[in-house]
Write a protein that binds this ligand. Structure first.
Ligand SMILES: [Cu+2]
Length: 346
């Protein structure tokens, strides 16, 4: 009994000494280091989002533009469907009616003696003015759209650097610790391998359509302007996502810049749209827009990933493998609750 008590007493003494030492060390540490420790973000987590069928992707039998998920896209969609198509349809109908009237009323049998009229002032004024007015009606919203498309991003916008390569995309995040994501098309079951070492489409619950889904998506925050800077490493490619009204050429030795604004979270698919070689048809684009908090968590899953200059504790000490940063996450089998959470978020 006595020895037990002594042992326990010694234990307390050691604990107390340890606590004292720790408090001395903490109080001796510089204040900034303490602040950094307190505000250091926890290690990130990420389960890829399951795309909604028909959203941000082509649909079977679709003939119009894809449903738009950006303000600019909605405006352009309205110009196309609300202004241009009705005008073209009306002009075509008018020409068709005139052709039918002429064919029936002024043929040799119905109208044996041809008119010798060569001038009609009112008619000439009308057929000159009417096309001018139509063209002005088209030019006003068109020029407005062009101006809006080239409006630069606000100063504090997140910058993402996109590089086209033969035949994959890389996405750099200079504002978030300058890590890079390499994005390859998933292989197609039962068909020749397109990308060695990349899994097959359909092997994960969040996989989207074949030919469009990739191993590592370009993840972005939704509801805020993003500055996309686009270039290429070898030949000219083109970064195009139809449902986000976004298409910009990726030219070697040159940086093209354009603002991307995605209204709501989701997965949006596109393809390289500049003939760039043998596997041009196999370098799709998958953009995953997440709420800011989830985007931040995704950033922190990457070694070197940082939010506002603060690196994640786990990520900073993680393996120094920048080549395929998201592989570990995407290869891990998702827990049931994680999949449910993604499903609920939709
Ligand atoms: Cu390409």
């Amino acid at each position: 009994m006595t020895s037990g008590k002594t042992f326990r007493g010694a234990g307390w003494a050691v604990t107390a000494l340890g606590l004292t030492l720790a408090s001395v060390l903490i109080s001796a540490a510089p204040a900034s280091a303490q602040d950094a420790a307190a505000s250091a973000p926890a290690a990130g987590s990420y389960t890829p989002m399951k795309p909604t069928p028909g959203v941000g992707m082509p649909v079977d039998g679709g003939i119009g533009l894809q449903q738009q998920y950006s303000k600019l896209g909605e405006y352009a969609h309205w110009i196309h469907d609300g202004v241009l198509m009705p005008l073209i349809a009306l002009i075509c109908l008018l020409v068709l009616v005139l052709l039918i009237v002429i064919a029936l009323k002024f043929n040799r049998r119905a109208n044996p003696i041809a008119s010798k009229t060569s001038h009609n002032t009112i008619l000439e004024v009308v057929w000159t003015l009417l096309p001018v007015l139509i063209l002005i009606g088209i030019a006003v919203p068109s020029i407005d759209l062009i101006a809006k498309q080239y409006k630069p991003a606000p100063e504090n916008a997140l910058t993402i650097k996109i590089t086209g390569n033969q035949w994959f995309w890389t996405y750099g995040y200079p504002d978030n610790g300058d890590f890079e994501v390499i994005s390859n098309m998933l292989n197609l079951p039962g068909q020749p391998t397109i990308n060695n070492g990349v899994r097959e489409v359909g092997s994960r619950p969040w996989d989207g359509p074949s030919h469009l889904e990739v191993d590592n998506r370009m993840v972005v925050p939704a509801g805020e302007p993003i500055r996309l800077q686009i270039t290429a490493a070898d030949v000219i490619h083109s970064f195009a996502v139809p449902s986000l009204w976004f298409k910009l050429d990726a030219v070697p030795g040159r940086i093209n810049e354009k603002v991307l604004f995605i209204e709501k979270p989701g997965v949006y698919y596109g393809q390289c749209s500049e003939l760039c070689g043998a596997k041009h048809g196999y370098m799709p684009i998958a953009v995953e827009a997440l709420p800011r908090a989830q985007y931040n968590a995704w950033v922190l899953t990457h070694p070197g990933g940082a939010i506002d200059g603060t690196k994640a504790a786990a990520a900073a000490t993680g393996p120094a493998s920048d080549a395929l940063p998201a592989v570990a996450t995407s290869e891990a089998a998702p827990t049931e609750s994680a999949v449910d959470a993604v499903a609920e978020a939709e």
